[in-house]
Design a protein around this ligand. Sequence first.
Ligand code: CA
Length: 551
Amino acid sequence: MTSMKSYSGRVQAKATPQSRPVAGKAEVQNDAGGFGFALDKWARLHRFLVLGAEGGTFYVGEQKLVEANAKAVVECLKEDGSRTVLEILDVSVSGRAPKNEPAIFALALATVYGDAATKATAYRAIPRVCRIGTHLFHFCQAVQDLRGWSRGLRGGVGAFYADRDEADLAYQLVKYRQRDGWTHKDVIKLAHPKTKDPVKNALIRWALGKTKEGDDSDQHVKRGPIIAAFEEVQRLGVELAGGTTTATQAQRIVREICELTGKWRLPWEALPTQVLASAQTWETLAPTMPLGALLRNLGRMSSLGLTVSNLSETTKILAGRLTDREAIRKARLHPLSILQAAKVYGQGHGDKGSLTWTAAGAIKDALEGAFYLSFDSIESTGKAWLLGIDVSGSMTSNHLAGMNVTAAEGAAVMSMITARKEAVHEIYGFDHGFVDLGVTAKDTLAEAIRKTNKNNGGGTDCALPMIFALENKLKVDAFVVYTDNETWAGKVHPFQALQAYRKALNPGAKLIVVGMTATGFTIADPSDAGMLDVVGFDPATPAAMADFVRG
Ligand code: CA
């Protein structure tokens, strides 16, 4: 007897393999060959602004991913230009992205593909998105690649110089003297910043190198003390490099440089290279240097013996600064930058070069604290959470925003934020199988990463958290799936598994998909109000997740 399968059985509305689209749902094929939902263009814009396309994904190269995201940005610009610029501003100004480059690139696209009103809004946004010299140089490179210079563009770029206060302008000029082939002189010659302020004009002239002709003492005075201090430390540096100084003279010079540095808060980039090998210099810089620079120089400071004990003065200063929530937010210190710094600092040697150090316990703890402080604060919802981390091959080879943190590692530490607040939770990992990762809310970030990295590789089935909960009759209010959404290996689609779970155990169960790469797919059904798609490593994500589950 031949078995007779019903028509409905063949269409399998309730259990469709992920290798096929579900009838009646507008699904698209992901880069791994499975089928899921297309991400709404605004959600995709947000993913791109936060995560960028650097390094591509496991499945597609960087070039292709950048092109796909550029296309999505242009689609947003065509639909609503001012909303697009507002999104760019929001992500950039509130420090929601580990790198500002996607916002800079998107803003450059707005000056090309926006209508007249959008372009005007984009020009006004330039000094707010490009807050430091490096940002401005990258923006100028992007617009050079995409378009020509217009009056509006000049005004927006010129405002970087004209609209900031005098001391800050001087600081920018000595800190970011050149980056990636650009100098302030190059930008100023293109943008012709206009200001009536005589001090700013003197500073702009100085940046252009016009210090000889007509450089009377008046000009010198107008430029102010920061430029004067910079010129003096540079002169002292030349003296030091001359090689004719005695040890005592050299000590005097270093002392003088440190005095000027401390008094005028010169950035380390403004100092002569020779003094950067001196512990005294970093001791001077530690109390006031910007937090981003501090994060990048922790290893260097430790290698110079400034943090030999938790009781060392510099250790106390660094640890104190890294646990100041207000300062962390003000400096837009991003959790991913902190995590990267914690990883490098903890390993005791730099990624390149020969710098080695003994990591100070107090600083390791402070970095751990800083990581949690850099997210928007959250309150417990009191609900039951199942946190599922995709540890498949793609997740363990994707790197977040081109940094030394994989998507799986990022997912593991993201899950810790929720786990530490929610008493009722389980953390599992899945690829084509489902495992208890053994991660607990008490683990350090390094421990959580280590445990997660023990379980990796394999295919991808994003439906497993729901299937596991259904089979084991677990009472779950919120499923969280941290993934790149490249699911293909399962017998049912994740949304179907959620429907089956709701029907059997908890009709109110919700699903949150935390997207870890800037692709255009999601496993969340956009027509289901009980599913939410959020972006991994947006500092606002854990709070948004809690609100969704509470509401
Ligand atoms: Ca995968």
